[in-house]
Structure formats: structure tokens, C-alpha cells
Write a protein that binds this ligand. Sequence first.
Ligand SMILES: Nc1ncnc2c1ncn2[C@@H]1O[C@H](COP(=O)(O)OP(=O)(O)O)[C@@H](O)[C@H]1O
Ligand SMILES: [Mg+2]
Length: 412
Amino acid sequence: MSIPVRFDNVSKSFKTGESATALRDLIPSLVRRLRGADPDARKLFWALRDVSFEVAEGEVLGFVGRNGAGKSTTLKLVAGILRQNKGTVEVNGSLSALIEVGAGFHPDLTGRENIFMNGAVLGLSRRDIRARFDDIVAFAELEEFIDTPVKRYSSGMYMRLGFAVAVHVDPAILLIDEVLAVGDLAFRRKCLERVKLLRAAGKTILFVSHKMNDVRAICDRVMYVKDGLIHREGTALDVTREFEADMKRRSALEITGAPLSQRTDNAAVRVMHVEARDSSGAPVTELHSGQSLIIHAAIESDIELLDPILSVALLRSDNLRACCATTRVLGPRIPRVRGACTFEVEFDDLDLMDDFYAIETIVWNAEMNVPLAQHLNPTIRFIDERPPVNRPGVFHPAARFGAIEHGPDLES
Ligand SMILES: Nc1ncnc2c1ncn2[C@@H]1O[C@H](COP(=O)(O)OP(=O)(O)O)[C@@H](O)[C@H]1O
Ligand SMILES: [Mg+2]
């Protein structure tokens, strides 16, 4: 049995900067040539670096990663749209690729003509195409528009037609890159169902998506691509979780910025140090959802503060203030502060959603309308081992459902 897709130490580079399409664009290289310098000194940029992997027959392999990581480059190498600079790319079996919305369609031809053209490109005879034509049009839900030139189509319609053709030509290997994102929810569901059927029929599928739920729903294995390398490879659940955690960590870092961010100009009052601790008092950077968190803070004031108020809040990575504790509500009253002092606040049983939370500490005036010192750091991660099903919200409440009361017609 041959391996459908194999990459062996594959590298792909691009030249940075635009390629020369006009005479004007050639001038810099002409000048360099006259100076005796390298005429093409544009820098090489490695979009993929020494990448090796195999996809087994009947496997759905997912690719996740930030924009620019190299996912599309990988799929384009498989499809033969790009050629690697080093290494070998081996593809065994008929292949159909959905890589860019509308790619492979001729804008002036109608939907009908494009189906025939595409089918032919993908190796089907006219008879084969005719036999599948109605199914393709029905799947794409384009009955009304099938004799309209595709340049009048919306991106969603392009995608529907592209997907319908790609799955109906019955390829051994199917490549899907993000294209589902332009479809509406109902059609996306339909495509995912179709991908599951193809998987059950033993097709090999390479799937790129930013929708982690989709990746988890259909992929057997996932590769996390980062800076042109395979950063991690494993089960869909493990790898998508790691990717999501990285994304949240990034945005948490973007909120907190520098390690010590004094945000206020009042240099007379300062938050010196803030530490997150677990219930035993040990410093922590991670806790499990449901554990207690103690915040220990040191502040300093050169002036005498009368009746200051302290607050400590947790800012989730998307900037949502998940919760806040303040002495104004909880006490104690602090009659005066001068010089150095420390305080602690304990949050009991914080059953927060899996995410990163920046600790925001503020020293307020007595009316709590002027922040005298503000501090955003450190960041603590809450880990939730429960499966990541659809559970929107901020925290997990302690909740119970009562008995289900049936209506009379259901009682027997
Ligand atoms: N034709 C190209 N010319 C120059 N650079 C390119 C080209 N295609 C991709 N790149 C660069 O290669 C890197 C990887 O791109 P890509 O594979 O499209 O990333 P992804 O699909 O993961 O978002 C990016 O930095 C991108 O700018
Ligand atoms: Mg891409």
C-alpha cells in the first residue's frame, strides 16, 4: 500500500518584496547590476523549513496555526501549485484541492460550463460529469444560478460550487484550506457532514481551519504549524487545545505588555509587586478551575493616603473583567496608608473557564473615582480538564437541573 502524501525534509522559500511586473520595478536590480552587486538581493524568506510528515490512507489530517505559519504553502505543495526548493513531496492518488475560493473557475463561464471544465481538469469524462451534474448542482444549491457566469457569484456561491465539484469527482485525496469559512453556517455543517462521509469511505483528507470545533469534529490527527515548522503533532483534542492556549497567552501578553506596567502618572503611589499564590501560599502561574487563588500585593506611598480603596480584578485574555474584589464592598476600611505595606485577597473556589487571566491591582482614592496606582501583572492560567464543549460564559456555576416534568400527552 502506498502512502497518499509524504513530505521528506521539504523546504519552500519565497523572495520577499514584489516580483517585477513593470519596467519601473526592474530599475533597482538594474542599478545593483551596474554597481556590480547581486542583481537580485531580495531576501529569501523560508515559508517552510525541513518539514517531514506522512498522511496515511483514510486519515483526516488537520493543520492549525497562526496566519502566515505555512499551512497553505504546505497544501499548495501537495497540490503541485507550488514547487519546493528542497526535499521531496510524494503524492499517490487522484487529488482534488479546495485551496482558494474561486480558484480553478473561469469568471466568464457559467456555473454549468465551469462544472464541465473543472471535472475535465480533474480527470472525469463528459459522461462521468453528466452523470454527476445534477448531484453537484443540488449539493451546491445553485439550481437557479447554474447558467449565470460565475463572475456574478458571491464568495459563498463560489465556495459552494467548488466544494460540490471537489467532493463529487470522487478523489482519493482531498485538500480543504479554510474555504468553508466563507459559507453560511448551514452549508458549513453540510460540508462537514460530507467530509465525515468521505472519511468513512476511506478518503485521505488534509484540512486547514481556524475553527477548532470543526478541526476536533473531523480530524484524526492535527499538526500545529508555527513559523514554517511543525511545532506539535498529536490528537485533535491535544493539539487544538495547545494552539488555543497559545493564542490566549498571546492576547493576554498584549494586554499586560511590559512585565511591570505602572499605568498612572502619580508616582507618589505605587504598586510594587503582585504575586499569585495557591491556597497553601505557594506562588503559582497556573491553577485548575475550581481552586482558590490568593493575590499578595505590595504597595508604597510617599504621601499619606486617607481611606484608600484597594481592588483586585482578573482580566481574561479577551479583556473581559471576569471578576473583581474591592475593599469598598468587602472591607476592611483602611484609615490611612503611608510608606510600604502589603495586603492579600483570597478568591475562593474560582471555577473560571479555561483561559489566561491578568491580575489588575488598583489603589483608589476614598471615593473610588481616581486610580492612584494601577498595576496589571502577573498573568495566571486556569486549566479546565473538562471537555471543551459549547459552554459560553465566564465561570462554571454550581448548578443542578431538577426533575423533568412531562406534559400530559407524554405521560404513559
Ligand atoms: N507567493 C508568495 N510570495 C511570497 N511570500 C509568500 C507567498 N505565499 C506565501 N508567502 C509567505 O509565506 C508564509 C506562509 O504563508 P501561508 O502558507 O499562506 O500561511 P498560512 O496559510 O499558514 O496562513 C507567509 O509569511 C506568506 O507571506
Ligand atoms: Mg492560509
